[in-house]
Design a protein around this ligand. Structure first.
Ligand code: SF4
Length: 460
């Protein structure tokens, strides 16, 4: 029993988090930066932060994650990190030759109060930024929000620094801000838009960056990622479709106010209904028809849902994760007649989000416990008091799964102990089918395991 100290009795805590269902801002910022072509993320802080952020991303994607650091020592901690960052910019452009450097701050540089725009200005004035190359930044103090906030801040910074207003007619292109999803999800989102005949600028775009093939040749800057030229043109697009209020909302709104590009902010397209909404939005915004190929995939997903409904019906689920993912997954489970009864997000997401979550579960004939933000210790306590049939969450949920002997479907970030998430999507109808398969496998494997010899079913 790894979590044997988790008590069944719930005592309210006000100043203590145990097993947080989140991680720190710069991780999300680093991930978003990698979605720009030929970009070197730069962590402005100590080596410890940078090593942690890189290793978490490397362990999740099973790919070498590149980044650099200002490598603060005691001196920089007292006098500020300007000298370190100026030297780092010089070194990076000389040695690693990226097109773009994306600087994010850390707790330490935020506490010192380093003024990054001023330092970038000095680097420009000192001629440390070669022609045609760029340095931009996002503030990512980790004592606020989580990795989702960091991702949102870095994505918004792409708009703040690069998007240029249209001087004439708008391009017949849609911006898509995919949210904090996997490279496979970004690829699937673009495939759906391409299938509909829509030209897109997607940012960030980590597909073909963090899910690359093994070729025997190391490429520091893989072929994927949105280019700075595309980011500049995002201000001239017809509109923006942003997926995920928390991760994508700030960038979409910034683009609307900076360049007057109208935006629609949707939930993540996870599940049948959410994918319908996404495709309908593309259809309306771009003025194109939905092709037969997508209708076909929809029908396949619906077929699985209806064929296997008896296995989903009434199953109680506990979910932990990031707000955009948790809300989308909750709605999906409710549409399958499952009962998400314990729900926790680690990231503070506000009253509007909490209201949306309550709205999503209001028809469930069962009491539902929701905590925003909460932690996995509390989720475990709830499970001890009201057991569930299934857990959905990241790798850290495996300890609860083991102690309570409940099947776990890995979903969200980080997944450190399984593969697949980088290559197979969870979004769209195809992704929905994959999620259905994972949920069914977990439920039916457990049914097989628990069946007596006489009740063991061959055909299910
Ligand atoms: S929480 Fe702050 S100090 Fe800790 S790793 Fe993240 S940025 Fe660094």
């Amino acid at each position: 029993m790894l979590l044997r100290h988790t008590t069944k009795e719930v005592v309210e805590r006000s100043a203590l988090t145990i097993n947080p269902a989140k991680t720190c801002q710069p991780i999300g910022a680093m991930y978003a930066s990698l979605g720009i072509h030929s970009c070197l993320p730069h962590s402005h802080g100590s080596q410890g932060c940078y090593a942690y952020h890189r290793s978490t991303l490397t362990r999740h994607y099973k790919e070498p994650v590149i980044a650099a650091t200002s490598a603060f020592t005691e001196g920089a901690s007292v006098f500020g990190g300007q000298a370190n960052l100026l030297q780092a910019i010089d070194n990076m452009f000389t040695v690693y030759r990226p097109d773009v450097i994306a600087v994010h701050t850390t707790c330490l540089s935020e506490t010192i109060g380093d003024d990054i725009p001023q330092i970038i200005g000095k680097a420009t004035a000192d001629g440390k930024i070669p022609d045609g190359k760029y340095v931009f930044h996002a503030n990512t103090p980790s004592y606020v929000g989580s990795h989702v906030t960091g991702f949102a801040n870095m994505t918004k910074a792409m708009v703040d620094y690069f998007a240029e207003s249209s001087s004439g007619n708008r391009n017949r292109v849609l911006n898509i801000i995919p949210g904090y999803v996997e490279p496979s999800d970004m690829e699937e989102i673009r495939r759906i838009a391409t299938e509909m005949g829509i030209g897109t600028i997607m940012f960030p775009d980590t597909s073909r960056v963090l899910n690359t093939p093994l070729t025997g040749k190391y490429r520091m800057y893989p072929e994927g990622g949105v280019t700075v030229e595309e980011l500049k043109k995002s201000g001239s697009s017809l509109g923006t479709v942003a997926l995920g209020q928390l991760a994508s909302g700030p960038a979409a709104r910034a683009l609307d106010s900076k360049c007057k590009v109208p935006c629609e902010i949707l939930g993540l397209p996870i599940g049948l209904h959410a994918t319908d909404i996404f495709i309908d939005t593309l259809h309306r915004t771009a003025g194109v028809n939905v092709p037969e190929s997508l209708t076909f995939e929809r029908g396949q997903m619906l077929d699985i849902m209806s064929d296997m409904h008896q296995y989903f019906y009434g199953k109680k689920v506990a979910i932990a994760g990031d707000p955009d993912q948790v809300l989308a997954m909750t709605k999906f489970l409710v549409s399958l007649d499952m009962y998400p009864v314990h729900i926790v997000t680690g990231t503070p997401a506000g009253k509007k989000f909490e209201k949306a979550l309550h709205e999503a579960v209001k028809e469930i004939p069962h009491e539902v416990k929701i905590r925003v933000p909460g932690d996995m210790f509390l989720l475990h306590q709830w499970i001890k008091n009201e057991p569930v049939d299934l857990l959905i969450g990241n790798s850290y949920m495996k300890y609860i799964a083991k102690d309570e002997d409940i099947p776990l479907v890995r979903f969200g970030f980080p997944i450190l102990d399984r593969i697949g998430h980088s290559y197979f999507p969870s979004v769209g109808y195809k992704g929905g089918m994959r999620l259905l398969e994972k949920i069914l496998d977990a439920i039916m494997d457990r049914q097989d395991r628990n069946a007596s010899d006489i009740n063991m079913e061959l055909v299910m």
